[in-house]
Design a protein around this ligand. Structure first.
Ligand code: NAP
Length: 504
């Protein structure tokens, strides 16, 4: 049934970003909002990634909201099932269910210059909203590379983020494509069940041991009865990661010791020097995400596993052909080939004040002001926007910083009163990005000698924040109105361009 609803705020997505925004809106006393979710339940990437072995590489006491501590995390690094359940509980505990519009896929979002609001078309009706918070996440749309002949493969094909649980892998010849964070969890989880596992590795990752363990009943009781102990634990985990940031941003040539530890970790499981050579990265550690696993290398030396140290380049019937010419017969192909990150899919569906899509505005690379707003897109905010990603810590810290910015933005709109919009000044956006790019120059992500999903098609790093979470939090504490144009019906009232130096 078709419907139309006007709301103050429309949030797109119900992962950590969207649910976090919803909680924050309620805490700000805003109840006129909806959360538009294309799937049938909440959880975002933690709902979609249900592949065997899926778990988080950031300790749970840090990878959770500061305002919703969970004393009962069962393991130091929680599995997908527990994280997803945590997000379901967030929806219940904070009374978000009435705001959820599940199975509502956002098709277009169009700014109305006259009415100063967004018109939103979804698969289940239309909405209008004063403000849109886009929390679609960076890891939501799986990317399968265009491989010639793939359409003619007679067996089963799926992506790690769209796992087909009805397909029985037992006794099958399975090819896994990719060696990122997802694939290295899939490999040890399915290796015992399959007849043969062939892993297509284009670029070897750096892999460190994973120090996962069960959190004891005593610890859990302590966190339940004395909540400050859970806070201390979180603070400690945060401080350790915060102190590591400089190694990524300022001293990328120094982590030789860490590389030696990673090599020793590999050598413990892989005795064959020829295989070790093929598994050893030729770029600095940290350039791509550092992976954590204590089961990946042991799985690779099992007799039913073969490593093809070359990317998949063609499929001929049931034969997979690697770039080096190696041929492999397979019954199933599992792509662990990542996501559309720098070409954020929602951007194609958003039309701003100048009549162009966000994707067109970002054709030379994503650019925002303070990771949130974009020139030409008034009252629009992205959570987990450009250059808000982290190389070594919890994204939830960045999301919460962005929610502070969102809350202040809504407060300022309220103070300005009536029908009004805030539009990021192009000069402020440029100043912010100049500074981000300047700081990016020395980082390991740009100088470490690798390509990664952090870089866009121009080789620009538009995903990672080149600083500490503290710096980002400081930069997003309040909205500086000098960086924005105030638009009222009939056009902007304030033509000042007051932004001098956008990064504080
Ligand atoms: P990813 O890091 O983008 O990895 C994609 C992999 O596919 C890379 O190894 C890439 O090789 C490879 N690839 C692409 N085309 C290929 C081809 N034709 N042949 C062979 N290999 C090919 O994706 P992901 O593993 O899904 O991880 C994405 C992000 O999700 C992670 O970085 C992390 O932020 C998050 N994640 C976290 C966890 C965790 O916390 N444990 C788990 C899963 C995901 P190249 O390196 O050569 O490009």
């Amino acid at each position: 049934m078709s419907q139309h609803e006007h709301v103050h705020v429309a949030v797109i997505g119900s992962g950590f970003g969207g649910l976090g925004a919803a909680v924050r809106l309620r805490r700000e006393g805003i109840t006129g909002f909806v959360v538009l979710e294309r799937a049938g339940s909440v959880g975002g990437t933690w709902r979609d990634n249900s592949y065997p072995g899926c778990a988080c590489d950031v300790p749970s006491h840090l990878y959770s909201f500061s305002f919703a501590p969970n004393p009962d995390w069962p393991r130091t690094f929680s599995g997908q099932r527990h994280i997803r359940a945590y997000l379901e509980r967030i929806a219940d505990t904070f009374g978000l269910r009435p705001h959820l519009r599940l199975n509502h896929e956002v098709l277009t979002v169009r700014w109305d210059n006259g009415a100063l609001r967004w018109e939103i078309e979804t698969s289940r009706g239309t909405f209008s909203a004063t403000m849109v918070v886009s929390a679609t996440g960076a890891l939501s749309d799986p990317r399968i590379p265009e491989i010639p002949g793939l359409a003619g493969f007679p067996g089963k094909v799926f992506h790690s983020a769209r796992w087909d649980h009805h397909y029985d892998l037992r006794g099958k010849r399975v090819a896994v494509i990719g060696t990122g964070a997802s694939a290295i969890q899939v490999v040890p989880a399915i290796q015992p069940a399959v007849a043969k596992l062939t892993l297509f590795q284009r670029t070897p990752p750096w892999v460190m041991p994973r120090t996962d363990r069960a959190i004891s009943a005593v610890e859990r009781r302590l966190h339940r009865t004395l909540p400050f102990t859970g806070v201390l634990r979180r603070q400690l985990l945060w401080a350790i990661r915060e102190s590591q940031v400089q190694a990524f941003t300022r001293r990328p040539a120094e982590p030789g010791l860490v590389e030696a530890l990673a090599k020793a970790h590999m050598a413990r499981a892989v005795k064959d020097p020829a295989l070790r050579a093929r598994l050893t990265p030729s770029y600095r550690i940290g350039c791509k995400r550092i992976l954590l696993s204590s089961t990946y290398y042991p799985a690779l030396v099992r007799p039913n596993v073969e490593l093809v140290a070359s990317g998949l380049s063609e499929v001929r019937g049931s034969t997979l052909v690697a770039a080096d010419g190696t041929e492999t017969e397979a019954d199933a192909v599992i792509f662990g080939t990542g996501f559309h990150v720098t070409d954020m899919p929602i951007a194609e569906r958003v039309v701003g004040a100048d009549g162009i899509t966000l994707a067109e505005a970002w054709k030379d690379g994503m650019e925002s002001l303070r990771g949130a707003t974009a020139a030409g897109f008034p009252n629009w905010m992205t959570v987990v926007g450009p250059n808000t990603g982290l190389g070594n810590s919890s994204m939830i810290l960045m999301i919460e910083a962005q929610l502070n910015y969102l809350a202040d933005c809504l407060r300022q709109l309220d103070v300005l009163g009536g029908r009004v919009a805030l539009a990021a000044r192009p000069s402020a956006v440029h100043a912010w990005n100049r500074r981000v790019r300047e700081r990016m120059k020395r980082t390991v992500w740009n100088t470490g000698g690798c390509t990664s999903w952090y870089l866009d098609h121009n080789g620009r790093n538009t995903t990672i924040w080149p600083g500490t979470t503290t710096e980002f939090r400081r930069a997003t504490r309040v909205v500086d109105l000098a960086e924005y144009e105030v638009i009222r019906p009939g056009g902007p009232v304030d033509e000042r361009d007051g932004s001098k130096e956008a990064v504080r």
